[in-house]
Design a protein around this ligand. Structure first.
Ligand code: NAP
Length: 262
């Protein structure tokens, strides 16, 4: 598994992690465990997903086996007032069965709460040892700059945004900014919410590239995303087979010609 530095932290995270939105039941838990064991040891959840208890069960089994996990979760925008952020974090810690969250993210911008108030609470959580790093999600460059300007002690390490071979919006402004500022882009919906599963010219090209490396077209799509220096991807897989396949993209290096063709 290729690893990348998270922001400027010096901490390594895997190029491929595991999303958990709409992940259910024992099969979902098994998928997470299999994916982590295959090298995709970044798990992403959110208080809004309702999947923290399931993730917590998987974490406790992995911990019992001594398997390392980097855990990311999110606070919802309706909880961005100071005391609500603290309360949300405590709720997530409890549901996850953890004493520290590795990456705590603001799920969406909320213009009705001053960002300075929200990041103050996030910085306090770092000082209290309840979270290790502060990230955001769905933030534009302008919103990243506003948040960063309000921070007193720490910096943002990541922005989680939609990025897939079908949605390349992030490449316009966000990616150049994040490359310059060393902020990790966590690509959500990297398989295009299933769009990629429809026949298309792009799908045919991905199949061809995957075949050339003895990999699947899904793996070629994920490898293309993480060929960008600041990008890691978090596909959601509901079965151990899919999770292991997705993790298997983490050692696929496409040629420069393949990257530019895509
Ligand atoms: P996605 O990962 O682009 O696509 C998920 C679909 O791909 C599912 O239908 C899944 O099928 C399928 N799949 C995964 N691996 C596969 C494989 N190897 N072979 C065939 N099919 C495969 O979409 P997503 O769930 O929207 O995004 C992923 C994660 O991003 C979410 O779970 C969540 O953690 C995060 N996210 C964040 C935000 C945000 O606002 N921050 C928004 C949306 C999503 P199965 O389920 O059958 O395996």
């Amino acid at each position: 598994m290729i690893e990348k530095e998270l922001g400027r932290t010096g901490e390594k995270i895997p190029a491929i992690g595991l999303g958990t939105w709409a992940l259910y039941g024992e099969r979902g838990e098994e998928a997470l465990i299999a994916g982590v064991k295959a090298g995709a040891y970044l798990i992403d959840t959110a208080e809004a997903y309702g999947t923290e208890p399931l993730v917590g069960r998987a974490l406790s089994k992995l911990k019992a086996e001594g398997v390392k996990v980097f855990l990311a979760t999110k606070v919802s925008p309706e909880h961005f007032h100071h005391d609500d952020v603290i309360k949300s974090c405590e709720g997530s810690l409890k549901r996850l069965g953890l004493s520290t969250i590795d990456l705590y993210q603001l799920h969406w911008p909320n213009p009705s709460v001053p960002i300075s108030e929200t990041v103050k609470a996030m910085e306090e959580l770092v000082d209290q040892g309840k979270i290790r790093y502060i990230g955001v999600s769905n933030f534009s460059v302008k919103q990243l700059e506003e948040a960063r300007a309000s921070m007193k002690k720490y910096d943002l390490v990541s922005d989680q945004v939609e990025y897939s071979p079908f949605n390349r919006e992030a490449e316009k402004e966000l990616m150049p900014y994040c490359e310059k500022e060393k902020i990790t882009i966590i690509a959500y919906s990297p398989l295009g919410h299933g769009q990629l599963f429809k026949d298309s010219e792009l799908r045919i090209m991905l199949e061809k590239i995957g075949n050339a490396h003895g990999k699947s077209w899904v793996q070629a799509a994920l490898a293309w995303l993480v060929s960008k220096p600041q990008v890691v991807a978090i596909p959601k897989a509901s079965t151990p087979e899919h999770a292991v396949e997705d993790a298997g993209a983490g050692d696929l290096v496409l040629t420069p010609e393949e990257v530019s063709a895509l």
